[in-house]
Design a protein. Sequence first.
Lengths: 98, 460
Amino acid sequence: MTSYEIAIWVFMLAAFLGFELIRRVSPLLHTPLMSLTNAISAIAVVGAILITGEKEATMLTRTLGFIAVVASVTNVVSGYLITDRMLKMFKKRGPAHK
Amino acid sequence: MIENIFPALYILAAASFILAIKWMNSPVTARRGVIIGEIGMLLAVVGTLLRHEVVNYEWILIAFFVGSAIGVPIAYYMPMTAVPQRTAISHACGALASALIGTAEYYRRMPHGFVMGALILETLLGFLTCTASVMAFGKLQEILPTRPMTFRGQNFVNLGVFGFAVAIGVVLVFRPEQSYLYPIFMTLSLVFGVLLIVPIGGADMPTVIALLNSYAGLSAAAMGFALDNKLLIVAGALDGSSGFILSVIMCRAMNRSFTNVLFGAFGTIQSSVKQTTARPIRSASAEEAAEILDAARTVTVIPGYGMAVAQAQHKLREMYDVLTRRGVDVKFAIHPVAGRMPGHMNVLLAEADVPYDHLFEMDDINPEFPRTDVALVIGANDVVNPAARTDKTSPIAGMPILNACDARTVMVIKRSMSPGFAGIDNDLYYMEKTLMLFGDAKAFVSSIVKELNATVGAAH
């Protein structure tokens, strides 16, 4: 198998896995789910690091890479933190003094 | 030796992301999901930083610092009512990142064949999602008008721009060295993103945000193909399928198709149709409303976007507390498209400390309405309009609704009699058992709470 074929296989399986997993998420958590998947897809930071940090980077590619790292890190940091902030609010029963 | 560790780190990271999403299926395990997701991200980033291709660290570190400096305040100081806006902005950032990486890759390698195809797909989706999300942000923040904007031949223009962008993209796949074409391709994709959102109205935002989420994910997956990086493919596919499923759920909850949401410009044509004769309505004061609520055994609250606008969720919680203490069974009925993004109402009510086991989905609560004493509608309109069930000619015909009209008494807190987003009159307001409570949602709920507390004082 060529590496492209493998890549397409991986995509297909991951997409089906995604469908199955996300169908099971309660509508209660759809907003945090969206911010979590958003943080996860900020894994694009990997590609951005490779472009920014490589030896032969030109001014153009380094600038583009730099902006991409900033944008993805913003998503990673704010995505995970705000998901956690939201999830902390979901409580089964009201505060104890009630 | 050390080179063998990196693929292992990526595999572990992919497994962590899958677990993270798996654990989101219940509020009990969800926070664990966030932690494992963070670990996965850390592994992936460390694994990448250690790769031998990466030699230049200054720019990366500065970018990490800048990104965190932007991200942390967003996460901690963004009010929960602004969550849809933040989501739109994060889609824009994610899409921008993958579009720029694709652009840099193009100028760096001028790849051919499969890789160039993936790269074109990545940048097309990236650029269009970026401007579309910025537009969505503008509409959610109400910098731009939230009503759909339409003009003659709009769909023709939009499809034309898109078709042109795709055509140039295809040429570039076969002739990557024609680099003068790339900026044109880029511009067309950016312009199409703007055009895509121009005809979208506020009530369609849940679908559109979910769809943009999907595009951003698919763009990241396409980047994975271009860079031959399986971790990116997995993460992008997860995000892409998540956004896709959510937008399908949203479409179903409105009984509409994708094409109708994207090209239908809902809520423009209908606005002038009805509202001819002034029909009689009954209105009530906060005092009367409080009495009725106090006498009820079961109360179901139906929140909508109006609750979010008025920031009434905290007052609503106070009302919930007072009523619960007096033995009234209070439930919340959440329509899937209530608010501006999937799950919007749940987050706001959770923020106000309403326990989540009192929040009910449409299918679970609908059979209970005939046994409900009071249905209290706050800032919701089309999602409780019985015309969806009864009137075949209505623009919202067939849309699943919350059957508030089956409750024994209906109370509707509303600013005025102006029609809702779809621009159609709501028969619910004219029913004999319906009481209209005119005023700002927050102020009105707060005076109901005052009245309820006053009667407690009088009793003692």
